[in-house]
Design a protein around this ligand. Structure first.
Ligand code: SF4
Length: 356
């Protein structure tokens, strides 16, 4: 068994989709929140679950331009298509993959997550193959016997097929059976996720007896051990397999993607921290004074390139160190001063405010 530099585990070759995802170089295209299954462990958020909503990373999508814009901002090297079940909206998925490949070239890596529901058939699989899917990740039924006929159909169509599995304590036998069958039918890889408790599935999972792992905000107790047993089985079968622990999603994949986006969207007066946050100084005019007054006064103290008028938030911004240099003068004039950190997302959520 091998370890990646991000502290995830694999046997054989690491699937390319996983590698790019951990580097934060994969756009996450959420094609729809609709799904014909209702797995008790489904981790989808309440805002997305069961709703036909589309996101490119955290950004709501109105059209293809939004997807392409987000891919440019994170300097994406590929896309992971997910949901819900994206194949419920196969035309949308195919159109998006084609558009991304047209802009970013044929080397743009595409992986698609889907189920083994009846609408995942030779016609929808053929459409994916023609659009240029590099990795098809099938999520089998685990509550009942699943023939996994889609593995064979997709392999026959020339697709590179794998299984995507949650490592569920108590489901070892079913998971192992699925891996063995998929291997016989021609699958080449398996991706295993540590089971997570989320806001939307926690109540049901606790009722079913699952518990959080000590010291983890989301990983389920016992899931790690199941994942290790599955990796061992994949090794014995000669399958490529990757185990993605819960901490990878937040501390590695999400942060790395935000770091890439931060470099694209940071304005000259903003400093990118390790978190990553966009940090800057903020000057807010007191009652009776306009934004213009704040700008003019700051302009008399600092070079123009350090100053930015943020009309949406009704404030003037500057480099945080420059603000500290002129803070006393500004305070005497009644301006409210702070150092602010924003997430490098489209909404620039403010997560750090320190009054000066
Ligand atoms: S198949 Fe996937 S998206 Fe659908 S309910 Fe199950 S876990 Fe959620």
């Amino acid at each position: 068994m091998k370890t990646t530099k991000y502290m995830s585990y694999y046997v054989g070759e690491l699937p390319k989709g996983c590698l790019l995802c951990m580097r934060g170089a994969k756009l996450v295209y959420f094609a729809t929140g609709l799904c014909s299954r209702s797995c008790f462990y489904c981790p989808l958020s309440l805002e997305r679950k069961g709703k036909d909503v589309v996101y490119a990373d955290e950004t709501p999508v109105r059209g293809l331009e939004d997807v392409i814009e987000e891919a440019k901002l994170i300097r994406a090297l590929g896309v992971g298509v997910t949901g819900g079940d994206p194949l419920l909206k196969v035309d949308r998925v195919v159109e998006t993959i084609r558009a991304l490949r047209e802009v970013f070239g044929k080397g743009f890596h595409v992986h698609v997550y889907t189920t083994t529901q009846p609408y995942v058939n030779s016609s929808t699989l053929k459409a994916l193959g023609e659009a240029g899917v590099d990795e098809l990740r099938l999520h089998p039924k685990l509550d009942v016997h699943d023939e996994l006929r889609q593995v064979e159909e997709a392999v026959d169509l020339g697709l590179n097929v794998g299984l995507e599995l949650p490592a569920i304590p108590g489901f070892e036998a079913k998971l192992m059976e699925a891996v063995e069958r998929a291997c016989r039918l021609g699958a080449s890889f398996v991706t295993i996720n540590e089971l997570e408790m989320t806001e939307s599935n926690a109540a049901l999972m606790q009722m079913l007896g699952f518990r959080l792992k000590k010291g983890s905000p989301s990983a389920v107790e016992g899931s790690w051990e199941v994942a290790m047993a599955l990796l061992k089985l994949c090794e014995d079968l000669g399958l490529n397999a990757h185990f993605c622990p819960a901490y990878i999603k937040d501390s590695v994949q999400f942060r790395n993607r935000l770091r890439r986006k931060a470099k694209s969207i940071a304005l000259p007066h903003e400093v990118i921290t390790r978190d990553p946050l966009l940090v800057k100084g903020v000057v807010e005019p007191p009652p009776g004074r306009s934004l213009h007054d704040a700008y003019n006064y700051l302009r008399s103290l600092l070079p123009q390139e350090f100053i930015y008028v943020n009309e949406d938030r009704n404030r003037v911004e500057c480099h945080h160190k420059a603000l500290l240099r002129v803070a006393q003068k500004l305070k005497r004039m009644g301006f409210k001063l702070s150092i602010v950190g924003e997430m490098p997302t489209s909404f620039r959520e403010q997560v750090l405010v320190k009054l000066v």
